[in-house]
Design a binder for this molecule. Structure first.
Ligand code: ASP
Length: 399
């Protein structure tokens, strides 16, 4: 069944490309198949994040252990995000995607949305009403609530055992539902990809081909170098086993452009194919799907270089440092939903006084870039699981 799923996903990919190329915009008729799948995985997210994260926190056992797991996870996320944005800046420098595009800015298309500002965003993580956070699907607030619930349960101890057991049972139920929905992954991939292939003709893609190439190369470098080294040396796992095991999650991320939406599949993949414990995955992954976005960080780097080159602006060294800092924050703040990275780009461009109109230039191909950045976002989360998972013969991990 599992081998079959990978074969089916690859077949769905190929079929989607063929159908998209042959039928062009008419390929949109299969969109409902994609939407069906999207709705199914979206409906799993909120209960899954709540239950698994509570279990993740309580199963650490005590607050010190939780602190250690949290510390390692956040350090890994931060370091890889920094590496990602530097790779992105470098790719933007190397490929010079902003020079000679022949594009002009269409004023009507500019919709640079206002971002809230750092302090407001941080304060907003604390839900004033956790039930509202659950009903509106505000992921960061749900994470805050779940971590606090988990800490509360751990500190109370014996008396809170029934609450803990409730969440453990609840999480199991959500895993089972995920397993049922996973059967539909190939259909979902086909339904989501064929219309994208059909809608993006050469006229949309060609002027920005260099941006796409820079993005793809930077993503490949980050995955092939950063993650491979981390998985092999710190995680002590064969990279082949790793990449094979997480392929379905990466494919779903690619077609849905949502790391939160992919979360159920990501969880299943790391537990069943990589042998990662429930304890690690249920803490690392829900958190990572929201705050760890290396693909989005790569994109911020490339997009900043693109916009600067387009407007003929030379960035100073301190501006580049600013991009590294703000781009990292932007990737942490971006929600795991389609197009979030584009909205956060406003923040990064504004930080170095680049014209926000630049966003309109890349907006046309955002879906394509989003596919690559979301895959990297999800692969990054899974690599963290491998890195922080305690090894059998070794109590402490170097990170
Ligand atoms: N779509 C991305 C994700 O869900 C976020 C982004 O737009 O960069 O991971």
């Amino acid at each position: 069944m599992k081998k079959n799923l990978v074969v089916q996903i690859v077949a769905a990919f190929i079929l989607a490309v063929i159908v998209g190329v042959i039928f062009g915009e008419k390929a949109s008729v299969v969109q409902p198949l994609g939407d069906l799948f999207l709705r199914l995985i979206k409906f799993i997210i909120v209960p899954l994040i709540l239950s698994t994260l509570v279990v993740g926190v309580t199963s650490a056992g005590d607050i010190n252990q939780l602190g250690r797991l949290g510390g390692k996870t956040i350090s890994y996320y931060l370091i890889t995000t920094l590496i990602a944005i530097i790779i992105g800046l470098f790719a933007g420098f190397l490929f010079q995607p902003g020079s000679g595009t022949g594009l002009t800015i269409d004023g009507a298309k500019i919709e640079a949305k206002e971002t809230e500002g750092v302090i407001a965003t941080l304060l907003n993580i604390i839900p004033t009403n956790p039930v509202e956070a659950l009903t509106t699907g505000s992921v960061l607030q749900i994470i805050f609530f779940a971590i606090f619930l988990g800490i509360g349960i751990t500190v109370v101890g014996e008396k809170a055992k029934p609450v803990q057991q409730f969440f453990e049972g609840f999480a199991e139920v959500m895993y089972k539902i995920t397993a049922m929905v996973m059967v539909l992954v190939p259909i979902g991939v086909f339904g989501l990809l064929a219309p994208v292939v059909g809608n993006y003709g050469p006229s949309v893609l060609l002027p920005l081909l260099k941006v796409i190439i820079a993005m793809v190369v930077a993503c490949i470098v980050h995955v092939a170098v950063t993650y491979t080294i981390a998985v092999k040396t710190i995680g002590k796992m064969s990279p082949i086993k790793f990449f094979k095991g997480i392929f379905p999650a990466a494919a779903v991320a690619f077609s849905t452009c949502s790391s939160s939406g992919t979360l159920p599949i990501t969880m299943k993949n790391v537990q069943e194919n990589l042998g990662i414990s429930n304890k690690t995955s249920s803490f690392v992954l829900p958190l990572g799907a929201t705050i760890n976005m290396d693909g989005t960080a790569i994109y911020q780097g490339i997009a900043v270089m693109f916009v600067a080159q387009y407007f003929g602006i030379n960035l100073t060294f301190s501006q580049i440092l600013m991009v590294v800092l703000v781009g990292t924050l932007a990737s942490i703040g971006a929600a795991g939903v389609p197009g979030a990275g584009l909205v956060m780009l406003t923040m990064t461009l504004a930080a170095v006084n680049l014209p926000l109109e630049g966003i309109a230039l890349v907006a046309g191909i955002d879906r394509i870039l989003d596919m690559f950045r979301t895959s990297v976002n999800v692969i990054g989360d899974t690599s963290c699981c491998v890195v922080v998972e305690p090894k059998k013969n070794k109590e402490e991990m170097p990170i």
